[in-house]
Design a protein around this ligand. Structure first.
Ligand code: ASP
Length: 329
């Protein structure tokens, strides 16, 4: 029987409604999961660890390093890993793990639920069973498994607050689906090119500004002096930003003069940012901005935070950003 390490980190999955107003808060579910969903014990031999138990809004760079270190420490003792995680920031953690653990040759599967395991009609049970079964297969990626879909973690976005169909992968079709059978497209899976490598560390000294029509860049000039390493502007459509008014190009130039790398993404969820299509993008390109291409904002943000931990040299930041580390670009 395959050996799986189940890591519980919190989220709605294990929460219970608390008095007086039924707000959901973390509970001690980790000791009971294998009894509450006993069928998983037929799929694998499972050990459970709970490094922390948090709403995922409270998960960040410290927890990402803790988790990647934990996986690295236990890597040779298990066939696969399942991480129960809050849905709110699951995509960030998935991206972080895919950038910290390089050349992985085992499944690392994140899942969670929109409704707590302890409540009727919960999606927690099925998501957990699916995740554990997948962790026994020959998969070599950090995946998000949710509502019977298998996604590359660093390509995924949380798209729904309430639906059980909470995630999507707008620029990279799901790697598989779970129905009567489990269907996986192994041809699009990553292939490890060498031994597992752990690269901990993130420096989140970057800011994201979603541009709105007629929004003045003046509100943001002061943040350029705050020791930033990178700035992400979210433009419209293919990455267009207002030009010539109200002065975003000057902000881009000023940022670069202060050693801040500027990237432009889109407020559209699907598609590839292409700054050369329209004058409003091309001017930003000429001013020295770079495009997020087809990356999710979440993956781009986490990747830049990792790069800024490694270097503050602008050319090096851009060079590393466009390297494909784990199928994220
Ligand atoms: N607030 C919760 C969390 O992300 C939401 C969930 O798990 O669905 O931790």
């Amino acid at each position: 029987m395959k050996k799986i390490l189940l890591i519980h980190t919190g989220g709605t999955f294990g929460m219970v409604p608390t008095e007086p107003d039924h707000t959901l808060a973390p509970a001690q579910v980790q000791d009971h999961i294998l009894n509450m969903v006993p069928e998983v014990n037929r799929l694998a031999e499972i050990d459970v660890l709970t490094p922390f138990n948090k709403d995922s809004a409270n998960v960040g760079i410290r927890e990402w390093d803790l988790l990647s270190g934990l996986l690295y420490q236990h890597w040779n003792s298990y066939d696969g890993f399942v991480i129960i995680h809050g849905t709110d920031t699951m995509t960030y953690t998935a991206a972080a793990l895919s950038f910290s653990l390089r050349q992985i040759n085992k499944p690392v599967i994140l899942t969670g639920s929109q409704r707590p395991l302890s409540l009727s009609r919960s999606d927690a049970r099925l998501n957990l069973i699916d995740a554990i079964e997948l962790a026994t297969l020959d998969l070599r990626e950090v995946l998000i498994v949710f509502n019977q879909k298998i996604f590359r973690g660093n390509r995924t976005k949380k798209i729904s607050i309430k639906s059980y169909d909470a995630f999507d992968s707008p620029n990279f079709p799901p790697l598989g689906e779970i129905g009567v059978t489990i269907d996986i497209d192994y041809t699009r899976m990553l292939k490890a090119q060498g031994p597992l490598r752990l690269e901990k560390g993130f420096n989140p000294k970057l800011v994201v500004i979603p541009i709105q029509p007629s929004l003045s860049p003046e509100y943001f000039t002061e943040i350029l002096g705050k020791n930033l390493g990178a700035l992400i502007l979210l433009g419209f459509g293919s990455g267009n930003i207002p030009f010539p008014e109200p002065g975003w190009l000057s902000l881009i130039r000023n940022a670069q003069d202060q050693g801040i790398s500027v990237f432009i993404g889109s407020q559209s969820i699907k598609g590839h940012v292409d700054l050369s299509l329209y004058e409003c993008g091309q001017q930003a390109l000429k001013a020295g901005a770079h495009s997020l291409q087809d990356m999710t904002l979440e993956a781009a943000w986490v990747k830049l935070a990792k790069i800024l931990h490694q270097t503050s040299e602008p050319d090096e930041i851009v060079r590393k950003f466009y390297q494909d580390w784990a199928g994220e670009i």
